[in-house]
Design a protein. Structure first.
Length: 437
């Protein structure tokens, strides 16, 4: 039996301007059943054969796909995580403010690039094909990120060169993450969760190699520095290998081949329009929440390298810096894990906004602790516990942002919705970084 697949309202093709949705469907179906309709509109007839060419992946293939998305998440995040986690090492040479410079060089260039991707990605995808465009972006991204991280221990210590490398990592992280976020929208929603879990897992992997090589000692041996960054480069490359396997697997081919097509059970459904204005209006509360959330997070994390330690020696200060940076990464991982254990109490846009506002109340006591007003009440254990709880809560709330945003949109709007959330996440990050400098 023949079916009519309609996405949007192609009134120009049918000559049925001014009809409402019900009238449009009735006229379109009657036109299709006529001899002239069958001749004039071969492009809109779908006999269902392509859906039957390949069966959906089996359950075990689905779990393998989740594992590949997990590895891709590690590869996407490892370059930046390895650099940010090495702030203690670079602070020996350039002082504690180097971490704030890292954040600025990494995040500020990424914002205009995200805007450019949102504006022009669709043009390149249409011209060369979405899958080809994804291949090019991800291949270039991995090459740049792997080269940047792998070269760090072999370059002479130079602050300008270091910050330029961090800037390149920020730019191509944005390219890779933007491409992979759009690509993930073609797969089941749970896949992007495994990408986020993989990103958070990077912190644990870096902590393991840091402890094994004594990279956190003052000062670390050159061998430890080379092993640390070489290890990070390996995970960047492995993430790319996982993407290649994913794209070539039955699991990947099944979903990528259906990207942008109307599912069989929606063949007669008028899909909602996909424009920035329409999508933004549906998720504006989520957009505000993600902007304010990451603005607050950066107002806290930007100062992790200047949290005073009870031991004022360089070794003591370095240990405190290392702890703060790793607990930020590890706390995010724990928070995202907690969000998977049971149904989240953050169920809608209003509860999301409330959660973000409550979390950002931590900014005030944190900065009071850094000031001289609390000099007699400072305790390493107090600040470590407080920051740990804050990072876990931030990871938990952050893991719900994209889920809630996606739930507010139709399937054909989610790719643009993800791009909008990525942009305003970066707006919040850049605002927090610039406010902290």
């Amino acid at each position: 039996m023949q079916r009519l697949s309609i996405q949007g309202r192609p009134e120009r093709d049918f000559g049925m301007e001014g009809l409402d949705d019900e009238e449009f469907l009735l006229e379109a179906n009657s036109f299709l059943e006529s001899p002239s309709g069958n001749v004039a509109l071969p492009a809109v007839i779908d006999n269902g054969e392509d859906e039957e060419q390949e069966a959906p992946p089996k359950s075990y293939q689905l779990y393998v796909g989740y594992g590949l998305f997990f590895l891709c998440g590690i590869g996407l995040s490892m370059a930046w995580y390895s650099i940010s986690a090495s702030a203690g090492y670079y602070s020996y040479e350039y002082g504690p403010s180097i971490y704030q410079l890292f954040l600025a060089c990494y995040n500020v260039p990424a914002l205009p690039l995200l805007l450019a991707q949102t504006k022009w990605d669709g043009t390149f995808d249409s011209k060369y094909g979405a899958n080809t465009a994804y291949w090019v972006r991800l291949t270039v991204t991995v090459g740049i990120l792997g080269t940047a991280v792998g070269s760090l221990p072999y370059l002479p210590l130079n602050k300008i060169v270091l910050l330029v490398i961090v800037g390149f990592v920020g730019i191509f992280d944005s390219v890779g993450y933007g491409a992979f976020s759009q690509l993930s929208s073609a797969f089941p929603e749970k896949c992007i969760t495994f990408v986020f879990l993989g990103q958070s897992m990077s912190s644990i992997l870096l902590l393991i190699i840091t402890l094994l090589t004594k990279f956190s000692t003052y000062p670390p041996p050159l061998f430890a520095v080379r092993v640390y960054f070489g290890y990070a480069t390996f995970w960047v490359a492995l993430g790319f290998v996982a993407w290649v396997i994913l794209a070539k697997s039955k699991f990947g081919r099944y979903y990528l081949s259906r990207a942008g097509k109307t599912p069989p059970d929606h063949s007669y459904e008028i899909m909602p329009p996909v424009t920035f204005r329409v999508v933004f209006q549906k998720i504006w509360k989520v957009v505000f929440a993600i902007t304010y959330l990451y603005f607050g997070i950066l107002l806290v994390t930007s100062f992790f390298t200047v949290v005073p330690a009870e031991d004022p020696s360089p070794a003591g200060e370095s240990m405190m810096t290392t702890f703060m940076i790793y607990i930020n990464l590890f706390g995010t991982f724990v928070g995202k894990q907690l969000s998977l254990l049971k149904k989240s109490p953050i169920v809608g846009q209003k509860s999301l906004l409330l959660s973000v506002n409550l979390l950002n109340l931590f900014i005030i006591p944190f900065h009071l602790y850094l000031s001289d007003y609390f000099i007699l009440l400072r305790s390493d254990w107090v600040i470590r516990i407080a920051v740990s709880l804050y990072c876990i809560a931030a990871g938990y709330i952050g893991s719900n942002v994209y889920r809630i945003g996606s739930s507010e949109l139709a399937p054909n709007q989610r790719a643009l919705g993800t791009s909008i959330l990525n942009i305003f996440l970066q707006v919040g990050v850049v605002g927090g970084v610039l406010s902290a400098i």
